[in-house]
Design a protein around this ligand. Structure first.
Ligand code: MIG
Length: 790
């Protein structure tokens, strides 16, 4: 019915919380216990807690007892923060060094300021409220100059001002269009950017939440179906500071194994050992780099997870070992649904071990998924997560180090697309309904899987790919954006989607390159692979019965271009790996919207078709068929064309020509950019490190290259290599200083090469004047420094 006009029948509209709210009213009293303030209001209680001097948390419970435990998304504990309190007749001022909260008493309203007295966000006519159904809502004033970003995985443009968004993890096979709201991942976090300054709000609620950022009124709001309001305000003030603050709360992505940054090939499904072998051989014969092959659901015996089909995959251990020899890893899919089959070991263990989600009165919940009627592990219990993690020994014994989690919203084939919301979660003795915990199911499956793998791999880094997640999912998994289609619109859509995921703490993300459903075309696959080479996660994946889309599927020209861009990915790996290291330590995304680097520039506030890789590289892909031109926006400063070395002045828009062979890439003047060599796999050792130096008339720049063994956690004990390169540019002199600043690891390359761009031919170049050359393989000086002048 809902896809006919009946959907907008006058009798059919939803009663919403917004129309009938009950304000929590006046403050009656308050008490302070160290960093914690509790306010008793006429119709509800509120707590305010400082987590850090720049992060504060607000909890409002409409019906009494405040619950101050957090969801499992939050990994930070409140730190000791110096607080000053000043009480006036109508207000209370509660200030840390970075954040001032003004509490208005009648009615109770909160305003947040930074240390200089600049307003971050405040409540006006409306504040915190609820309704008869116990839905809770928080209103904040919307400033005319507010722009909103983050919100995890959403369709549409970068800037979410004007949008209303619901968070409810959903297996949304189709369509992914601008009004498709709920997708697989829910991250109830956003960043406000106003006149170059940013702050963040994270609404930690694992049930269904709604963010209403529509324009026209004085407020925006965030609301939940039940429970408490529980949100954090982060002081910013730069977009980078907000991401740092948010990932302080919810954690950061661990450094992934280097092989997972290579090229991944997938298909639903490569159905047999023979097919997988042929695929690997074709890649190697054609010398197209490849690090990973994914095994979709057909590898299993009747879709029973932790099993292999004996006929199609008779000897998976041998297959995996052979592929490993070729530098190719295998990543199998694992869904949460466990087939209801009394003769299946996993179902037996789940029942006997009390691991499955149940109704209140004790019946196990069963739902229909790939294997048919299935039970679902209750990942909210520690013992079940442990059990699930240990089961992965089936895979690690075969030499597998990476897992792909799908259907973990959880998806169920029924009207609601998920588990009955009345099902209970044990939640380690604090039982809640699925309605209350739906959005965190995928994150907890991720925790179980990542932690289990890490244990089983004895010091090697696991790789996990997930479809569903909640705030904090970055701690365990890379996220791919689910079932997109081979539409140009979906190529375009993937850019703001991945940029907003990055702003929401998830740096390791990417779409199915080429598009999952529908049939891709030669031109689309070429253009998409060009972009994919620069998205953090790079996997070509397509659906059963869709047109094949391996790199050679469209003839010689396409194959040549696609191969060239996959090779380019491998050349850029040293830079990407360095950015992944930065993400692991600071939370900063790898693929960034321009506003992250140019927050004051009005032209970038909703720029959705260009992105930056780190702070010096800009990618501006062609996103439409049959065209070889596009408008590129270049922010202030000078930019160098990666392909031609042509120099463009920034601060404006330009028409740029890019034939089918060309992905437009611009490098900021002064940048230092490391390149490795094009290899067949990340397993092939790097032999030469090339630094591209982009001259600037006057100035200094710096780069710190990060390297380690790419595979183990030894870097945590000092087995890493950091090379600091400083350049100072004068009119006719460039001085370069290289210094191995820290770490004991010695990289495999034997040679450094410098390539200079945007410098005059007669410039003099001095490298390490004082002869303090970095240590390489234990030798006192560099074996070779090749200095080339373009
Ligand atoms: O209901 O495993 O998004 O990547 O190929 C479909 C089969 C289940 C959905 C995933 C897709 C995967 C497919 N899965």
């Amino acid at each position: 019915m809902l896809d006919t006009s009946f959907a907008i029948h006058p009798g059919n509209t939803n009663q919403s919380v917004h129309s009938s709210h009950i304000d929590i009213g006046n403050m009656k009293s308050f008490k302070q216990t160290e960093n914690r303030f509790e306010f008793a209001c006429k119709r509800g209680n509120v707590a305010l807690l400082f987590y850090r001097k720049d992060i504060t948390r607000v909890v409002m419970n409409p019906s009494g007892q405040l619950r101050l435990e957090t969801s499992l998304a939050v990994v930070a504990a409140p730190e000791e923060v110096g607080i000053q309190v000043k009480e006036e007749e109508h207000q209370l001022h509660i200030c840390s060094e970075r954040l001032a909260v003004v509490v208005q008493k009648q009615p109770f309203r909160l305003s947040f300021y930074d240390e200089t007295g600049n307003l971050l966000v405040r409540e006006g006519d409306l504040g915190m409220a609820y309704n008869e159904k116990k839905e809770v809502i928080c209103y904040k004033e919307m400033d005319e100059d507010d722009n909103y970003y983050g919100f995890g995985e959403k369709t549409g443009f970068l800037n979410k001002r004007g949008e209303k968004m619901v968070m409810w993890n959903t297996d949304m096979y189709a369509p992914h269009n601008p009004e498709t709201d709920t997708l697989y991942v829910s991250i109830p976090f956003f960043m406000t950017l106003r006149e170059g300054k940013a702050h963040g709000i994270f609404f930690d609620h694992t049930g269904k939440t709604t963010f209403d950022m529509r324009e026209g009124g004085k407020t925006y709001s965030f609301a939940a179906e039940s429970g408490q309001l529980d949100y954090y305000v982060m002081a910013g003030r730069s977009p980078k500071a907000v991401v740092e603050q948010y990932t302080h709360l919810t954690g950061r992505a661990p450094l992934p194994p280097k092989w997972s940054l290579g090229y991944h090939q997938s298909r639903y499904s490569y159905q047999s050992e023979t097919e997988v072998r042929e695929l690997a051989e074709t890649f190697r014969a054609k010398e197209i780099p490849l690090d990973v092959i994914h095994l979709d659901i057909h590898y299993m015996d009747g879709y029973r997870i932790f099993t292999f089909d004996g006929e199609r995959f008779p000897d998976p251990g041998r297959l995996i070992a052979e592929l490993k020899e070729k530098g190719i890893r295998v990543v199998p899919i694992v869904d949460p649904g466990v087939k209801e089959d009394p003769e299946y070991f996993l179902y037996q263990e789940g029942v006997y071990g009390d691991h499955f989600c149940k109704y209140l009165h004790g019946d196990i919940y069963h739902g229909d998924v790939w294997p048919g009627n299935s039970a679902f592990p209750d990942f909210t219990n520690t013992k079940t997560r442990k059990w699930w993690g240990e089961k992965h020994q089936v895979y690690t014994d075969l030499g597998i180090c990476g897992i792909w989690n799908d259907m973990n919203e959880p998806a169920v084939f029924n009207e609601t697309k998920t588990m009955d919301v009345k099902v209970m979660h044990g939640n380690d003795g604090n039982p809640q309904t699925h309605r209350q915990m739906h959005n965190i199911y995928g994150l907890l499956m991720g925790e179980a899987t990542y932690t289990g793998l890490k244990e089983l791999l004895h010091g090697r880094r696991p790789f996990l790919l997930t479809r569903a997640g909640y705030a904090g999912v970055q701690r365990y998994a890379a996220v791919w954006t689910g079932d997109n289609r081979s539409f140009w619109e979906h190529l375009a859509l993937s850019l703001p989607m991945c940029m907003n995921l990055g702003l929401s703490g998830v740096p390791f993300a990417g779409p199915d390159v080429g598009g999952f459903a529908h049939d891709t075309t030669k031109e689309l696959l070429i253009r998409w692979t060009q972009v994919g080479a620069f998205t953090p996660f790079f996997r070509n994946h397509s659906a059963i019965e869709s047109k094949r889309q391996e790199p050679w599927a469209f003839g010689e020209e396409a194959e040549r271009i696609i191969k060239r861009y996959i090779e380019l990915r491998y050349r850029w790996l040293p830079h990407l790996y360095t950015l992944f290291k930065e993400a692991a330590s600071t939370g900063l995304p790898i693929m960034r919207p321009l506003l992250m680097e140019y927050a004051d520039d009005e032209n970038v506030l909703n720029l959705s078709d260009q992105f930056m890789l780190g702070s010096t590289v800009m990618i501006a892909p062609i996103l439409q068929p049959g065209t070889s031109h596009r408008v590129v926006y270049l922010p202030e400063g000078n930019w160098i064309d990666y392909w031609t070395d042509e120099r463009y002045e920034g601060g404006g828009h330009r028409l740029y020509k890019a034939s089918l062979e060309t992905l437009p890439i611009f490098i900021k003047e002064g940048a230092i950019l490391p390149h490795g060599t094009a290899k067949q796999s990340t397993s092939d050792p790097e032999t030469k490190m090339t630094f591209h130096i982009y001259g600037t008339p006057d100035g200094k720049s710096e780069y710190c290259l990060y390297e380690d063994d790419g595979e183990t956690f030894a870097f945590e004990k000092g087995e890493y290599f950091e090379l600091k390169i400083g350049c100072s540019f004068n009119k006719d002199l460039i001085k370069i200083d290289m210094e191995n600043t820290s770490g004991r690891f010695r990289p495999t390359w034997k040679e450094y090469e410098f390539v200079f761009h945007n410098v005059s031919e007669d410039v003099e170049i001095i490298i390490n004047e004082d002869r303090k050359l970095p240590q390489l393989n234990g030798e006192a000086r560099l074996p070779v420094i090749t200095v080339k002048l373009d």
